[in-house]
Design a protein around this ligand. Structure first.
Ligand SMILES: [Zn+2]
Length: 475
């Protein structure tokens, strides 16, 4: 892809006709540090309003700040310089084809300085299971109820709030959500406090500042939920469901706690958040999504009814939880630098899913499924259409295509095949180092991101007797 800077001239007099100059990738002269996000979803009108204050750091003098926004009606845009309190009006340009907006400052933004971009906006809750979306379901009295949740991976955070929506552009997030007092909200982090005018029936939940994270992992849920919880090693694990299904969450809670304890021991890195929520959503497109601290599931991949569910259901639920929990390390703590290396997330989470299941739940015989998966991969890899695990992707269409289900597996599994089982075990050994290398030390841009090549360097240092680059290049 082209990672060159956007070709704006910095004379500040851009017209909309010059917007074709935008590159698909965001320019590197402005990076986000922190988001203050306020949201007010309305489950009656099915719309939401929001305001976001994004603190950014300018790395090269410029007059423009280019970021993502999709389908948002931006009603106010200003900029504040660091230390200053005066909001200055800005010109706002939009380029919907690339989901981009540009904030044009009245004067040059200086290198090394921080600024805050303030944006107010409104939009509709989506009905596509993507972005900030709504779904309806029937409660125990057959009354229609609404449930709002998010699914941002890969490119939909930009449709819930303007942001620098690329995985390497990590930042911290403070999220506040207004809601009806009868509903609950959840987000990545635990709640700090609840305030509001209780007589009006509207209250506001504020969540703790997050760790540095990618935008695609931000999540929130507003719904009528019940939960059960258990504490393990300093983290509170809770499983949430709509009230009529709360009697089906116990298996998921026990399984999650066992797997979390296993991963903490195996990776030698504790799960870094004080809480982990798993939510069963009555209607959800994919099997589950690994949002940091708030994993969302389709009901059939989380709820287990001891009277009605089968052994096969139990295996599916266990596998999905094992996979999403592995992502809390592979993907969330250490993230691929760009979508071309999605296999680093999905390949490792898939491998760890089977590995953890075999260790903790041998009675489920997931080793048989693993073999099955390998044979399927061999068949796929023998087709002319097979392709390298790390593929060049740039456009939104190419990135979204990687998540269409069939491609995701064909991306991940040939890795297991090409590298071979011996190397796979070596990868498992290298993982600890991979996580240690990149989770706590700034890499490049100062965020915890990794590329395929960087990972293989890590393994090469661990095992100089094996030519890992030979194996890699064979693909
Ligand atoms: Zn995954």
């Amino acid at each position: 892809w082209c990672s060159c800077d956007c070709s704006f001239s910095d004379n500040g007099d851009l017209s909309s006709s010059q917007m074709y100059l935008y590159q698909r990738r965001l320019p590197s002269d402005v990076v986000p540090l922190h988001y203050d996000l306020d949201l007010q979803p309305n489950l009656t009108t099915l719309k939401f309003t929001g305001s976001v204050k994004i603190m950014v750091n300018v790395t090269q003098v410029t007059k423009k700040i280019v970021l993502h926004s999709s389908g948002l009606n931006i009603t106010k845009a200003t900029i504040t310089s660091s230390g200053g309190s005066q909001e200055k009006a800005v010109e706002l340009l939009e380029y919907p084809l690339h989901d981009q907006i540009a904030v044009i400052a009245p004067e040059s933004l200086l290198a090394g300085q921080n600024y805050t971009v303030n944006l107010e906006y409104s939009s509709n809750l989506s009905d596509t299971y993507y972005g900030f979306y709504k779904i309806s379901y029937k409660d125990e009295n057959s009354k229609q109820r609404w449930f709002a949740a998010t699914q941002f991976e890969p490119l939909a955070a930009r449709s819930a709030f303007p942001c620098f929506d690329e995985p390497a552009l990590k930042a911290t997030f403070s999220i506040r959500i207004k809601r009806d007092e009868k509903l609950s909200t959840l987000s990545n982090m635990p709640k700090v406090l609840l305030y509001g005018n209780f007589s009006s029936g509207i209250v506001q939940d504020e969540f703790f500042v997050s760790l540095k994270m990618s935008t695609y992992l931000v999540a929130f849920v507003v719904a009528d939920l019940k939960n059960i919880s258990m504490e393990t090693n300093g983290s509170l694990v809770s499983v949430h469901a709509i009230p009529q299904h709360i009697n089906q969450v116990e298996y998921a809670l026990n399984t999650t706690v066992k797997l979390l304890e296993f991963y903490e021991k195996y990776f030698l890195i504790n799960y870094p958040l004080e809480k982990l929520d798993l939510v069963a959503i009555p209607d959800f497109q994919s099997g589950a999504m690994e949002n940091w601290g708030l994993i969302t599931f389709r009901e059939t991949t989380l709820l287990f009814d001891s009277n009605a569910s089968s052994a096969r259901d139990k295996k599916l639920i266990t596998a999905v939880i094992a996979h999403e929990l592995a992502h809390q390390w592979f993907g969330n703590l250490v993230t691929m630098e760009w979508w071309n290396d999605l296999w680093l997330n999905e390949g490792f989470a898939t491998f760890m899913e089977y590995f953890a299941m075999e260790e903790i739940f041998p009675e489920l015989h997931s080793d048989e499924d693993f073999l099955n998966l390998i044979f399927k991969a061999m068949m796929k890899d023998s087709l002319n259409s097979s392709h390298p695990v790390s593929s060049a992707v740039q456009s939104s269409e190419q990135i979204e295509e990687m998540f269409d289900g069939t491609l995701e597996y064909s991306l991940c599994i040939p890795v297991l095949l090409v590298l071979g089982l011996t190397l796979l075990m070596l990868l498992a050994l290298g993982m600890g180092r991979h996580l240690q290398c990149y989770s706590f030390q700034p890499y490049g841009c100062g965020c915890y991101c990794v590329t395929q090549v960087a990972l293989f360097y890590c393994i090469a240092i661990l095992r100089p007797d094996i030519d890992v680059f030979y194996c890699l290049n064979r693909n």
